[in-house]
Design a binder for this molecule. Structure first.
Ligand code: SF4
Length: 228
């Protein structure tokens, strides 16, 4: 573990120290692929503004109803909307799913995005962000979760915890935080660090009333005193 004396000298060392301390609590979290990349894209759309449980239910129901991505792309927006209703915001998500699947199929003739894993990270991100409705967070989720590439998705928990730890500045947007955090974490550690900060944000460094008295990062956290 990194030894902290008068605090880490650089943000990279601080990230390493945070990661080491959180690894004691959460243990190793090895990467393993979740869905294929196009499915991950659909899942990510379904996960917006809803719980993991609801988005997983909606995703599995969608695949159960239509069988595969081709049939989802061919389905009417109304039918997709019914299939994903339990996930919430179905009227917004259904046309988005249909549109993006058709955009990929027209571009590639399939839903196979495995070529992205062979590209430099910057180019793979740019290809995905070129799709309508895909931003840095969605692109990073696909590259990180489907291919294990060192892209750092920054969700609301990671953004909040990183700001409280002063890993990213208060005036930095969530979009810009992706590149900043990515540059601070060792590429092989990106997935694990992403998972650690989400867990820590959910369990301890909550949006309202963070549990600083239970937190193992107090010595590294300039926000500690504010919440006492
Ligand atoms: S000390 Fe408090 S504000 Fe800082 S990371 Fe821990 S829970 Fe969050």
């Amino acid at each position: 573990m990194t030894v902290i004396r008068n605090g880490p000298k650089t943000k990279k060392l601080k990230v390493k120290a945070v990661s080491d301390l959180l690894s004691i609590i959460y243990g190793p979290i090895p990467w393993k692929p979740r869905y294929n990349a196009s499915e991950e894209l659909v899942y990510t759309i379904l996960s917006q503004h809803t719980s993991d449980i609801n988005s997983e239910r909606a995703f599995h129901n969608l695949l159960t109803v239509f069988g595969d991505l081709d049939h989802i792309a061919d389905a009417s927006v109304d039918d997709i909307e019914v299939a994903i209703r339990r996930g919430g915001l179905s009227k917004t998500k259904a046309p988005r799913i249909k549109s993006i699947l058709n955009e990929i199929r027209e571009e590639l003739g399939s839903f196979d995005l495995s070529f992205l894993a062979e590209m430099p990270l910057k180019d793979a991100k740019a290809w995905l962000i070129n799709l309508k409705g895909v931003g840095p967070k969605t692109a990073a989720i696909i590259l990180c979760f489907s291919f294990g590439m060192p892209a750092m998705p920054v969700d609301t928990h990671i953004y909040r915890v990183s700001q409280r730890l002063s890993l990213v500045g208060k005036k930095i947007s969530a979009e810009k935080a992706h590149d900043i955090l990515e540059s601070l974490v060792e590429p092989k550690e990106v997935f694990q660090f992403h998972m650690y900060l989400i867990k820590h944000g959910r369990d301890t460094c909550k949006a309202q009333r963070p549990k600083c008295h239970q937190c193992s990062l107090t010595e590294l956290c300039p926000s500690f005193k504010r919440y006492q």
